[in-house]
Each structure stands twice: as structure tokens, then as C-alpha cells.
Design a protein. Structure first.
Length: 460
């Protein structure tokens, strides 16, 4: 189908099997592709409940993604449909991959008749939720972009259930008061990357309600399922993911430092740049190397290592290379980045070095290795190496899907240290995140952010 303005009667049921006739005006191919997409998501384990499965089989995804052909709209793999770009060419609105939408909806724990808040509109995800919650349910979807809201309303008029309300506003402020149920929303879902957690999302959520949002922690994003308990949000589940970024008042500009004539950049993802005086001179000096002894084979998952480092190490940043390794001072591949920590005119970063080669992937092996520069480089390297070893002992698993997650609680900004549980603290503008990883003994809350003189003396 194209993105025409033709209106059809509102519909809530579409073909779920190839031998059923298609809805008038819909290509028969759409019904077949929708069924195949749903089955791929189900086979991947992302849609265990029958209501979510039925929503995938029913809601016409292609009608919310007219920018692409049917095959692209119903791609059941890791493909999002980009629907809007900014002036620089960055994606700012999309229809997310079907498996990820299904996973996030599953973790909302929806029941028939529940009322759901959605931040970031597009229409398809909201209609999936409306289908899951049934005739007595309702969805309030909010987006700051007038173009997105107009587009969403058009699609909802054409093929919607009539149970979704699209609002043009900054979603970080929550839903308009007259649309918030007494006692709060039963659930909330945020469909863009969040550097911070808006207070309104917690305040408008019912006690015990679930909030699923893609949370950035050190620049690494996880769709985290939270449950509200008073003023605290408690994490219940983590899913590796990526989304477009926030455009509203919670949008953040990440401090970035260019080094060696643009050959390298440091990104301070926690929002505060460290003092890097003398760092360029250090990078032109001798390189110190520490092998961690922690190895991995092909196709090993190491996203948990990145998140572990980002949430436990003071001075954390990400070092990106913009030139080939043999042209610069690092061994980081061009246009890739590595976890790093900075000190006084010093830097350490983590890479993996191939230690075994072979004809098949099973024969190959890599070892995590730390490179460091500057006077404090050796001490920084040992801290980073110890972090990798601790991850290997307590977090990593042979099964890529069995890596341990931290216990994570989110507290309002201003909560005093003595009112926080033990763990590593990551401070945002509106909240304080406390991480407690397996095997990590942190008796008192300790900030993760760069803290100057203590960057070398703190242990892992």
C-alpha cells in the first residue's frame, strides 16, 4: 500500500492465515507476510503470550510504514523502518523492529482493560498495545514532533481501533492531566533512547505499574522493565536494544573531545567531561599494555562487559578511532570505539586481540587487553584489567543469553546517600541509579562519575 489519504472503515481484525480472505483494499501478500513476520518473532521467543501473538498477526504494520514496500515493512529480523530524519541525516522517528516491540509489550504485563502511556508516537506500537488490552483498554501516545503526530493521527483514522489518543506535547512531561487515569497509568512505554528518566513517568504510573524504557548507561542502551514501588523504580528485566534519541527537554548533548587532529575522540557519556590537559602529549609517548587473561571465542556476547565497566568505573568514557589502526596510536578499528577511563594526563582503553586463528570460527580466540598512556597509565590499566577479570568471574556466562544483570533501582534526584542501597551510583539530572552487580562488594554508595584525584586510588 502507499501512503495515500484514502480512508477506510476502522478495523481491528485482519487475516491471520493464508486461506482467509484479505481485508478489502489490502494486498493478499500483506496478510501472508504479516503471518510470517509474527511467526518469526514467536519462534525467537519474543512473544510468549497469545494476546501479543494475535496482535502481531492482526495489526497492519505496512499501513504505518508506507515509506517502504511490504517485504521491508514485514521484515521479521532486526530491521526498523526509518520514517523521519533530521537535517543532518540522523534518524529521529521510526517503526521499531517487530521482535523488540513484542518484547517490550510482553514485559509491560498488560491485562485486558488496562490504560497505557506511550512516549514517542508512530501508531503501530500503540495499536499493538490497544489490541493486547482489548475493547476496554486505552492508549495515550505523546510526541513532540507535529509531523509525527499528524502522521500518526492519519493512520489511526484509516486503520486504528479507536482506542488510541495521539497528543502533540513533550513526552518528558507525561500525558496531559485530563488523560491520566485516577491512580495513574497501569503501564508506560518509552520508544526512544532516554539519557534520563523523567519524573512524570514515575509520578503518572500506578503503584505496582510497569514502565519499559530504553535507558542509556554510559552510552550503552538497554530496554529496562521497571516496576514502581513508592518513589522507587525497581528493574525487573533488561533487553539489549537501540532507538532514536530524545528530541525533547531531556535530550542531551554528550561532551566530546577531539584528539590528534581528529584521529580520536573521547565521548563522556555520563554527561561530564574530565580534565584532559596533557592527554595529547601522553598519547604520543610510550604505550603500556596489560593482558587480562580473559578470552572469548567467535560470536561471544560482551555487551554485559561494556555495561559493567560503564556503571562501575570512575572516569569512564568511550574512545573512538577515525583512522585505520596502522595509521594511528591505537589498535581500535576505524569508526569503532572502546571502553576507556581517564586520569591526570593519562588514558587506558580496552580492546580484544586475536590470540588464535583457524579456518573455522570455532578455532579462533581473542583476549581482552588493556592499552594505556601517560604517567598514570599503568595504574589505570590495572583497574580496567581487574574490571574485566571481575566481569569474567561473576557476570559472564558461556550461554550468551545467561549473562548476569545487575540489581538496579532508580531513586529521585536529591535522595541522600544514606537513603540509597549499597551499590555503584550513576547520577542523572532527575534521578539516581544504583547498580549492584553479582560478586561486587560495594558497602556504601559510590559515584561512578569522574571524581578527579580519586580516579586511580579507588579499587574495583
Amino acid at each position: 500500500m502507499t501512503g495515500s489519504q484514502r480512508h477506510t472503515e476502522p478495523a481491528t481484525s485482519y487475516p491471520i492465515a493464508a486461506d482467509q480472505p484479505p481485508v478489502p483494499g489490502e494486498p493478499a501478500e500483506a496478510a501472508r507476510l504479516r503471518t510470517a513476520m509474527a511467526q518469526k518473532v514467536i519462534d525467537g521467543g519474543w512473544a510468549p503470550s497469545e494476546r501479543v501473538r494475535e496482535a502481531l498477526r492482526t495489526v497492519p504494520r505496512h499501513r504505518f510504514a508506507p515509506e517502504v514496500n511490504l517485504a521491508a515493512a514485514y521484515d521479521g529480523d532486526d530491521r526498523a523502518v526509518i520514517t523521519r530524519y533530521d537535517e543532518a541525516g540522523a534518524a529521529i522517528s521510526s517503526v521499531s523492529a517487530a521482535w523488540l516491540q513484542a518484547d517490550m509489550i510482553e514485559h509491560l504485563g498488560l491485562e485486558p482493560g488496562t490504560v497505557v502511556f506511550e512516549a514517542g508516537s508512530g501508531g503501530y506500537n500503540a495499536e499493538l498495545i490497544a489490541h493486547v488490552t482489548g475493547p476496554a483498554g486505552r492508549v495515550v501516545t505523546v510526541d513532540i514532533d507535529p509531523w509525527v503526530v499528524r502522521r500518526t493521527r492519519r493512520f489511526l483514522t484509516e486503520v486504528g481501533s479507536g482506542r488510541v489518543t495521539a497528543v502533540e506535547a513533550d513526552a518528558a512531561l507525561g500525558a496531559p492531566a485530563h488523560l491520566v487515569p485516577r491512580g495513574g497509568f497501569d503501564a508506560g512505554v518509552i520508544t526512544y533512547n532516554c539519557w534520563d528518566i523523567a519524573p512524570a513517568w514515575r509520578e503518572q504510573l500506578a503503584e505496582g505499574g510497569r514502565l519499559v524504557l530504553p535507558l542509556e548507561m554510559g552510552g550503552y542502551t538497554r530496554a529496562v522493565t521497571f516496576e514502581r514501588r513508592g518513589e522507587v523504580l525497581r528493574a525487573r528485566h533488561f533487553t539489549y536494544c537501540g532507538f532514536v534519541r530524545d528530541q525533547g527537554q531531556q535530550g542531551r548533548t554528550i561532551p566530546v573531545l577531539s584528539l590528534l587532529d581528529g584521529g580520536l575522540t573521547l565521548r563522556f557519556e555520563h554527561g561530564t567531561a574530565a580534565d584532559t590537559t596533557g592527554l595529547e602529549e601522553a598519547l604520543r609517548g610510550r604505550r603500556h599494555e596489560v593482558a587480562t587473561g580473559v578470552t572469548m571465542g567467535a560470536n561471544a556476547y560482551f555487551g554485559s562487559l561494556q555495561l559493567y565497566a560503564a556503571t562501575t568505573l570512575s572516569g569512564f568514557c568511550r574512545l573512538a578511532a577515525h583512522q585505520e589502526p596502522d595509521e594511528g596510536v591505537t589498535a581500535i578499528a576505524k569508526d569503532r570505539d572502546a571502553p576507556a577511563i581517564v586520569g591526570d594526563a593519562s588514558l587506558a582503553y580496552l580492546i580484544h586481540v586475536k590470540t588464535k586463528d583457524g579456518d573455522s570460527p570455532q578455532d579462533k580466540e581473542w583476549e581482552w587487553t588493556v592499552h594505556a598512556f601517560g604517567e598514570q597509565g599503568p595504574a589505570l590499566a590495572e583497574r580496567l584489567a581487574d574490571t574485566v577479570r571481575a566481569w569474567g568471574r561473576h557476570v559472564r556466562a558461556d550461554d550468551n543469553g545467561k549473562h548476569a544483570d545487575p540489581v538496579l533501582t532508580v531513586h529521585p534526584a536529591g535522595t541522600p546517600d544514606d537513603a540509597l542501597p549499597a551499590g555503584d551510583v550513576l547520577n542523572k539530572e532527575h534521578c539516581r541509579l544504583v547498580f549492584r552487580w553479582p560478586g561486587r562488594d560495594v558497602p556504601q554508595p559510590r559515584p561512578v562519575e569522574h571524581s578527579g584525584a580519586d580516579i586511580v586510588t579507588e579499587g574495583v
